[in-house]
Design a protein around this ligand. Structure first.
Ligand code: AMP
Ligand code: MG
Length: 639
C-alpha cells in the first residue's frame, strides 16, 4: 500500500465516528477515588451520598429569646402579660442545656442554642420585658414549635443527600460539610497527556528559529482539557521523527488516561504519528478521517483501553475537532454531563458556501442588525487563530447542504454562555492606528468588534447596515482622491489620519539607504538581483507601485500579499529586497523607510447609526488630544 493510499481509507460521518469511539472507550466502569472535601470541587460524585446524621443534630432555637412551655402562655395578651420565672442558665451556641424548663419558667437562649428539656417553643426577646433579675413578662402567646428548628428538619439521617454524577460545587460542599463528611467518593479526573508534533514547533517563551512557529495546540488543548473536567499534562514537543515520537507516545500513555496529539495527520512527508498508533495497543485506530470541516484528518484510536487522539495541525481545526469530538468523550470519562451550549438565532448576511458531504463549522461574529442578530462569518482561513477570538460562536452547515443562503436564519452555538452584542461594530480595513483610537472605549466598558475584511468589504457591510463604521483607504485614479468617491448614499465620511507610504528595505542595504524613494526604485529596476514584493490589485498602495514601475515587471511583481504587514515581513525575511508599505509598519519591523506619498485612512459612517453611544465615543476619542498625540507617536498624521 502506498503512503498516499494509506490516508483516509474510509471517511466516517461525524456521528458514526463518535459512536464507534465511545463504544470502544467506555467498556468498563469509570475509575473512582476518595477525595478530601477541600479538593473535590468540580468532580463528579461516584456514588450516592446518604446522610449519616440529622441536620440540625438537635432541636434548636431560630431566634434570640427564651425557651418556654407554650401551654404557659395560652391566655397572655399585651394588656395582660404572663410572668415567667427565669432559670439560672443561659443557653448560648455550643452550650448543652442542663436544667429542665418547669411550668411557669423560661430559659434565656441564643439563636442556634439547643432547646432544653421541658420547653417546646421560643419567644423572641423583643416580645418580653425584664422584671428584675429573675423574672420576665411575656405579652404574646406562643404556639408549640414556635421558632424551633427540629432535629433532621434540614437533612434527615438516611436520606440521599446527593445523587451519583452530581458535580460538586460550593453548594454541594456545604451539604457534605454540614453532615461532617470529610472525604467523598468521586470519579477520578482523567489525566490527559498532550503532545504537539512538528519539526517547526517552538514552545512559547523560547525564541523562534527561522521558519519555525510557536506551538499553539499544546496550550489550547491543555486549557480545553481543564475546562472539561480533565487534568492536562503537557508531555512535550516532538519532531516528526518516528522513533523518538513512538517512545514519547508510549511514555505519555503509560502515565495517563488519554493521549491527545496534534499535527502529522495530513499528507506531509513528516507525518508519522498515525502509523505509530497501529502499534500502540488494541483495538487501535477507530477512525482516520471524519467528514468534518475543519477537521477531516482527525484520527481516533483506542490503545489498550485508553483513548488516543490525533488532532489536525491547524489550530482552529484542532480546536473545533477537540470541542466537537473529544470533549464529549472527555466529559463522560470525568463523569460530567454533556456541555450545555447556548444557542441563538441569527441571520446570515451573505451567502455562506460549504463543501457537500462534510459537516462544516463556520465561525461567526454577532452584530446587532435592524431586525435582530446578524451572524457575520469570520473571513479568516482555517489556519487563523484570531478567527476564534474574534468570533462569538459558530454555525454548523449540515453535510448534506452546500451553502446557507444570504438572509436566512441560522442557529449559532455560542463559545460563551452570555451573548454580549458589541456597542460598536467596525468592519473594513484594519490598521494598528485603529487600535489606538478604540483603546479608550474598552476602558469605558464599551465592547468594540473589529472585523477585518478590507475596504471594499467594509463598504458593502456598511451598505447593508451591518456595521457602524467602515474604515477605508481607497484611491480613485480618475479624481486622484481618496475615499470620498466610493461613498454611497447613507454613508458619511469622517476624516481619519494620514499614513505615510514609502519604500521599505533592510537597514544597511546601500541600494536604498539614504536615497530618495523614486531614485531608489529606479536604481533597483536596473539591478536584476533585486527582488520586489508587490501589493494586491485594488489597493491604493498598488496604484502607487504601478505608477512607479511605469509598466515594468521586475522579479517579485507577482508576489501580491494583501497587507502592509506581509510586505514588511517579506522584506525583513529576505524573500524580497523592497516593497511599498506604511511607515509605522516598516518601523515596527525594524526596516529602513523612504517616504513617498501619504494615503488617507478615513471612516465611512453609517448615518442612521450616528447617534449610538459607541459611535459617539469613537468620534470623541478620534478627535481627542490624547488620541491624536498617541497616533502621532505611532507614526500617523491625524487630520
Ligand atoms: P500537520 O497536520 O502536521 O500537517 O500541520 C498542518 C499545519 O498546522 C501546519 O501549518 C503546521 O505548522 C500547523 N501546526 C501543526 N501543529 C501545530 C501546533 N501545535 N501549533 C501551531 N500550529 C501547528
Ligand atoms: Mg506537522
Amino acid at each position: 500500500m502506498s503512503f498516499d493510499q494509506e490516508q483516509f481509507l474510509t471517511i466516517l460521518s461525524r456521528e458514526d465516528a463518535l459512536s464507534r469511539f465511545q463504544a470502544a472507550v467506555f467498556t468498563r466502569p469509570l475509575p473512582t477515588e476518595l477525595r478530601p472535601l477541600a479538593d473535590a470541587l468540580g468532580h463528579s460524585l461516584a456514588d450516592d451520598v446518604v446522610a449519616p446524621m440529622d441536620v440540625p443534630p438537635f432541636d434548636r432555637s431560630n431566634v434570640d429569646g427564651f425557651a418556654v412551655r407554650s401551654a404557659d402562655l395560652k391566655v397572655t395578651t399585651a394588656n395582660n402579660p404572663i410572668r415567667l420565672g427565669l432559670n439560672q442558665e443561659v443557653i448560648a451556641c455550643g452550650v448543652a442545656p442542663q436544667q429542665l424548663v418547669q411550668p411557669g419558667t423560661a430559659t434565656p437562649i441564643a439563636t442556634g442554642g439547643p432547646i432544653p428539656r421541658g420547653a417546646d417553643a421560643v419567644v423572641m426577646i423583643e416580645h418580653t420585658q425584664p422584671e428584675g433579675e429573675s423574672t420576665i413578662q411575656v405579652g404574646r402567646t406562643a404556639s408549640p414549635g414556635q421558632f424551633v428548628s427540629y432535629a433532621g428538619s434540614d437533612i434527615a439521617r438516611g436520606e440521599v443527600l446527593l445523587r451519583a454524577r452530581t458535580v460538586i460545587g460550593s453548594r454541594e460542599v456545604g451539604m457534605l460539610a454540614a453532615c461532617g463528611i470529610a472525604r467523598v467518593p468521586v470519579v477520578r479526573k482523567p489525566k490527559v497527556a498532550i503532545i504537539s508534533t512538528g519539526d517547526e514547533l517552538v514552545e512559547p517563551g523560547q525564541s523562534l528559529r527561522p521558519a519555525s512557529i510557536y506551538d499553539t495546540n499544546g496550550p489550547i488543548v491543555s486549557a480545553a482539557v481543564s475546562e472539561n473536567g480533565g487534568v492536562p499534562w503537557f508531555a512535550g514537543l516532538f519532531a516528526d521523527d518516528e522513533v523518538e515520537l513512538e517512545a514519547g507516545m508510549r511514555a505519555a500513555l503509560t502515565d495517563s488516561d488519554m493521549l491527545v496529539l496534534s499535527g502529522g495527520t495530513s499528507k506531509g512527508a513528516g507525518d508519522v504519528s498515525h502509523r505509530i498508533l497501529s502499534r500502540l495497543g488494541k483495538p487501535g485506530v477507530i477512525a482516520h478521517g471524519v467528514a468534518l470541516k475543519p477537521g477531516k484528518p482527525l484520527c481516533l484510536a483506542v490503545c489498550d483501553g485508553k483513548p488516543v487522539v490525533i488532532l489536525p495541525g491547524f489550530p482552529t481545526s484542532a480546536m473545533f475537532t477537540f470541542h466537537d469530538m473529544i470533549v464529549p468523550v472527555l466529559r463522560r470519562m470525568a463523569g460530567l454531563p454533556p456541555r450545555a451550549d447556548t444557542r441563538v438565532q441569527a441571520r446570515a448576511p451573505v451567502r455562506i458556501g460549504s463543501e457537500l458531504g462534510r459537516a462544516e463549522f463556520v465561525m461567526v461574529s454577532l452584530v446587532e442588525g435592524e431586525n435582530g442578530l446578524i451572524a457575520y462569518p469570520s473571513g479568516k482561513s482555517s489556519g487563523a487563530i484570531t478567527a476564534f477570538t474574534q468570533a462569538d460562536g459558530f454555525l454548523r452547515i449540515d453535510a448534506l447542504a452546500d451553502h446557507i443562503a444570504g438572509g436566512t436564519d441560522a442557529e449559532v452555538t455560542m463559545f460563551t454562555p452570555h451573548v454580549r452584542v458589541p456597542d460598536l461594530v467596525i468592519i473594513g480595513s484594519h490598521c494598528i492606528g485603529l487600535d489606538v483610537v478604540t483603546a479608550p472605549l474598552a476602558h469605558a466598558d464599551l465592547l468594540v468588534r473589529l472585523i477585518s475584511v478590507g475596504s471594499l468589504g467594509g463598504l458593502a457591510a456598511a451598505g447593508r447596515g451591518e456595521c457602524d463604521i467602515a474604515p477605508i483607504h481607497l484611491f480613485d485614479e480618475k479624481t486622484n482622491t481618496y475615499n470620498l468617491p466610493f461613498l454611497r448614499p447613507g454613508l458619511e465620511l469622517v476624516p481619519g489620519y494620514r499614513r505615510m507610504q514609502g519604500v521599505a528595505f533592510r537597514v544597511g542595504d546601500t541600494r536604498f539607504e539614504g536615497r530618495d524613494a523614486r531614485a531608489a526604485v529606479e536604481a533597483a529596476l536596473t539591478d536584476s538581483e533585486c527582488i520586489m514584493v508587490n501589493r494586491n490589485q485594488g489597493s491604493g498602495t498598488r496604484v502607487l507601485i504601478d505608477r512607479l514601475l511605469a509598466g515594468q515587471r521586475p522579479d517579485g511583481y507577482w508576489n501580491q500579499p494583501k497587507s502592509h504587514n506581509a510586505v514588511a515581513a517579506a522584506v525583513a525575511q529576505h524573500r524580497a529586497d523592497w516593497g511599498m508599505t506604511i511607515a509605522p509598519v516598516a518601523n515596527a519591523a525594524g526596516l529602513g523607510f523612504l517616504p513617498l506619498a501619504e494615503e488617507n485612512y478615513d471612516f465611512a459612517l453609517v448615518a442612521a447609526r450616528k447617534n449610538r453611544p459607541g459611535v459617539a465615543a469613537f468620534l470623541e476619542s478620534l478627535h481627542s488630544e490624547e488620541t491624536r498625540t498617541a497616533l502621532e507617536r505611532a507614526g500617523f498624521r491625524p487630520v
